[in-house]
Design a protein. Structure first.
Length: 605
């Protein structure tokens, strides 16, 4: 006999009159004047179980059950009495009259109520097993599964082969710090956990597996944010004999299909925007197109104004001055207050800005007298007129300014744009459009200059192919080189990115030359790839999607930790298992490792 016949949350009025056997956890037990009601829960939802004292043996068991007991119930499905239906539940029109009740396993008193919405993340992650029983987390992880299956179906239907690549590999410079794994067999040598399968998937293309994918773990030892984890899941894809536009078209269709399958959402069009335009208009290479605020470029206008903050930035190498017009921001009622401006000033300082200049546009017809700001007196008429013209300012608007090195301006005012757009003020004033806003950002620069190191670094990675005809600029003018790179952006989050790869050894060597990687150094770090490229490597390219990020966006969660079963904290710790942890001296000796700081502390003590 089956231990259960149905999931709790799937018992509906179509089963009225039938006897069902259910298994699950007691979400809540209620004693109503001699009749006991049990809300029984499993991964599909809830069902109400009624325990009547007419069955004394069963009723005695029901009196002793408590929250989170694991129980089995056998009973008759019947309609709920008039006025007691619950339209929020699939099972809301019925209840199960209990005939038999077995406690499969009791539970100690849980540390929190599972329906408590005010739990701290520390509590949730410490007791993650119980946290995962909550309907919110069950729904998130079931959606994650649905997304993964939709991805696999699309890739299988399009001829892609799922191939695993190594978890223990060679440490190579890919941007972030590697997680290192010491080798017991080879003294003083280390494996690295992969930051991505990048090199191996390129080798698979050379090997003739022209369409590869895997949904795999990647590891980066970097400072964490809400959308980052030390280990994260990547939908990794590579294909041969397809160009940049063909790759984008194929995987745009994949993501559209995933959203349709998982959420029944039509994503619609994917606008294509060059990196240079995205930075010019929004200060970001992953702009949130739902926010109706844009930069106005003022660098050329401010070169000769008396306000040194502006003129200094306009005349410095790599400086930038921009304005951000906020419609209705200066209105007396419902506008942005002085306190708000002070808070925004402190906010932009997080991104390196020294302050936040502004102009309140009270009445344009009055000229300077209609503008309220301590900086107006230091800006001549021609520049001031150009500010109002380029921003499209109207009465009641507020204009914020950013002036500094371009990166600081882009980061600070770009973040301010997001903050205002997502604020209550932004939503009330139509600055935020509640929709799905996908896009492609393309034509990234190949290289960015590191002032401190006095050298160029690869913007994506050193295996990205340049636009046709840009190869010869790598030595003479690396800053002009544009890559065949592309990022998919959704609602201001980069959910996937990739490029066409370099498939010729001579072009790859030019990239290494631009990055000041010597032939000897390249051979040590990437020799196995460079050797493989000599054997008729095909033109190839691909991309990788962040599964965690996609599901986070779908659920509306604040953090990717809410869509990962057992995540790490922002300090890269697992509160459930207490990892990372110390290991005993015997294990360290086998690995030929000595903990220098620990020994020093012990000696000092």
């Amino acid at each position: 006999m089956a231990m259960r016949t149905h999931y709790c949350g799937l018992v509906t009025d179509t089963l009225q009159g039938e006897t069902v056997t259910l298994c699950g956890w007691v979400n809540r037990r209620r004693d109503h004047g001699g009749v006991i009601f049990i809300d029984l829960r499993d991964r599909e939802g809830y069902v109400q179980v009624v325990c009547d004292p007419d069955r004394p043996e069963m009723f005695k068991v029901a009196e002793d059950v408590r929250n989170e007991f694991c129980i089995q119930v056998k009973g008759l499905v019947r309609a709920r009495p008039d006025g007691t239906t619950n339209d929020n539940l699939k099972s809301g029109k019925i209840e199960v009259l209990c005939h038999e009740l077995i406690v499969l396993n009791p539970s100690v008193t849980p540390p929190f109520q599972l329906d408590d919405d005010n739990l701290s993340e520390t509590t949730r992650l410490t007791h993650r097993v119980l946290d995962l029983r909550r309907p919110y987390m069950q729904k998130n992880l079931m959606l994650r599964y649905k997304v993964s299956m939709a991805v696999r179906r699309f890739l299988d239907d399009n001829g892609f082969v799922d191939i695993e690549t190594p978890m223990l590999t060679k440490s190579t410079p890919e941007g972030a710090r590697d997680y290192l794994v010491p080798s017991r067999v080879h003294d003083g040598h280390f494996f690295a956990l992969p930051q991505s399968p990048q090199l191996f998937k390129q080798l698979l293309m050379v090997a003739g597996f022209d369409r590869y994918y895997q949904i795999t773990k990647c590891f980066r030892d970097e400072d964490l944010r809400a959308d980052r984890q030390p280990e994260f899941t990547q939908i990794d894809i590579e294909t041969s004999f397809l160009g940049e536009e063909e790759i984008r078209a194929m995987f745009q269709d994949m993501i559209k299909g995933v959203f349709k399958t998982a959420l029944n959402v039509e994503l619609g069009e994917f606008p294509i925007m060059a990196y240079s335009e995205a930075m010019h208009r929004f200060g970001s290479d992953k702009p949130d197109l739902r926010i109706k605020l844009e930069f106005a470029e003022l660098t050329d206008v401010m070169a000769d104004v008396d306000f040194k903050v502006f003129s200094g930035a306009a005349n410095m190498k790599g400086g930038r001055v921009v304005a951000l017009r906020v419609p209705n921001g200066s209105k007396e009622v419902g506008g942005i207050s002085r306190g708000d401006i002070d808070a925004y000033t402190e906010f932009v300082k997080i991104y390196g800005a020294k302050g936040l200049a502004y102009i309140r546009v009270n009445e344009l017809a009055k000229g300077r007298d209609g503008l309220q700001s301590p900086i107006v007196k230091n800006i001549h008429d021609k520049a001031l007129d150009e500010v109002l013209k380029r921003t499209g300012a109207q009465d009641g608007d507020l204009i914020f300014f950013g002036a500094d090195k371009a990166k600081i301006v882009n980061d600070a005012i770009g973040a301010l744009r997001l903050k205002i757009g997502h604020s209550e003020f932004g939503k009330k004033n139509g600055l935020f459009e509640d929709r799905w806003a996908p896009m492609w950002v393309v034509d990234f620069p190949m290289f960015e200059y590191d002032e401190e190191a006095q050298r160029y670094n690869a913007v994506h990675h050193p295996f990205t192919a340049p636009k046709d005809g840009h190869e010869d600029w790598m030595v003479t003018a690396p800053e002009k080189c544009i890559a065949k790179g592309y990022d998919m952006v959704l609602n201001g989050w980069e959910i996937g990115g990739g490029s066409v790869r370099i498939h010729r050894a001579d072009v790859q060597q030019k990239v290494f030359d631009a990055l000041k990687i010597t032939p000897e150094e390249a051979q040590v770090k990437f020799g196995f790839l460079l050797d493989a490229l000599q054997y008729g490597a095909p033109p190839h390219g691909g991309l990788a999607f962040g599964l965690d990020r996609i599901v986070t966006l779908m659920t509306g969660a604040d953090s990717i930790r809410d869509v990962i079963a057992f995540p790490k904290t922002q300090r890269a710790q697992c509160l459930l298992t207490q990892a990372p942890s110390l290991v005993d001296e015997k294990q360290l000796r086998e690995l030929h490792i000595r903990l220098r700081n620990l020994e020093a502390n012990q000696n000092a003590a």
